[in-house]
Design a protein around this ligand. Structure first.
Ligand code: PAF
Length: 290
């Protein structure tokens, strides 16, 4: 496995590999099984798998969150190599944001300004869109792989790629979950054992909503009340329980078509997000498994 620290080095490595297909898995490191499932998807479809590892400072709204973000590069490189990554792109901040950097890619509207955009501030998705566009331009992959857990990030990236005409296929892989149903996240490592147990109320709330939709409930207010009651049993007050169009993030008045139910909540001092897609008549449960 090759480790490239600069865009120039990455392009050198990829130049001769462009005869085949290139898949990019963008990450901020602290790799877990969720990232490795993205690598497996990329591996299955690409001749060369590139993983970027870059803790992007511009997408953190809290300095303490950025400081607390786990940095485990040595282990990440071992996991990436074992997972079948061919090239890791691991730049430092000055490579991505050189002196004088003055450009921001900013997706506007509900898709970027609601929910995570509202809770974490305008800068969050500006930071994501800017760094993802830079990573796509650096690697020029045929396909880029993202996890469904970050559903709003996916919607923002899709909007940006469509608007800027970036020639890349965005592939969304199912949320990777621990056996008990908790969505895998680098942040889970910061949960105390008690909070880890309480956090299970989040996938339970999604499952409750999924079951309610399957039994014919389609009013978001009634569905939200059910989710909030499950969360309240675990003493979790969500930042939001939202029912939105999965592409635009516009709130829905009724769960009549495929609808994303998204939850964000602080458990202890760790902020967690999770979601599932509700399809009346055919639902994807949020319980354990892959
Ligand atoms: O999902 C993430 O890990 C990050 O937001 C991403 C896409 C790597 C951009 O920094």
């Amino acid at each position: 496995m090759i480790v490239a620290r600069t865009v120039a080095a990455l392009r050198d490595v990829l130049r001769e590999r462009r005869v085949g297909s290139i898949g990019l898995v963008p990450t901020m490191g602290a790799l877990h099984e969720g990232h490795l499932s993205l690598v497996r998807a990329a591996r299955g479809e690409s001749d060369t798998v590139v993983m970027s590892i870059f803790v992007n400072p511009t997408q953190f709204n809290e300095a303490s969150d950025l400081a607390a973000y786990p940095r485990t590069e040595e282990r990440d490189l071992e996991l990436a190599a074992a997972g079948g990554v061919d090239v890791v792109f691991a730049p430092d901040a000055a490579e991505i944001y050189p002196a004088g950097f003055a450009t921001t890619v900013s997706v506007t509207g509900v898709v970027a300004e609601s929910l995570e955009g509202a809770e974490r501030g305008r800068g969050h998705f500006d930071g994501v869109a800017t760094v993802v566009s830079k990573l796509l331009l650096a690697a020029l992959p045929d396909s880029a792989y993202f996890g469904a857990k970050d559903a709003q990030q996916v919607a923002v990236v899709r909007r940006m790629v469509a608007d800027l005409g970036i020639p890349v296929r965005i592939v969304v892989c199912p949320t990777s979950r621990d056996d008990d149903g908790l969505a895998r996240s680098s942040r889970n490592a910061r949960l105390s054992p008690g909070d880890r147990a309480r956090a299970l109320a989040i996938p339970r709330a999604l499952a409750e909503v999924t079951d309610a939709v399957a039994s014919g409930v389609c009013d978001p207010r009634a569905l939200r009340a059910r989710a909030e009651s499950v969360l309240a049993h675990a003493e979790i007050q969500p930042e939001y329980v939202a029912f939105v169009d999965p592409g635009t993030f516009e709130p829905v008045a009724s769960v009549a078509d495929a609808t994303l139910v998204a939850i964000a909540a602080r458990v202890g001092d760790v902020r967690l997000i999770d979601n599932t897609v509700l399809t009346p008549g055919h639902t994807v449960p949020a319980r354990g498994g892959a």
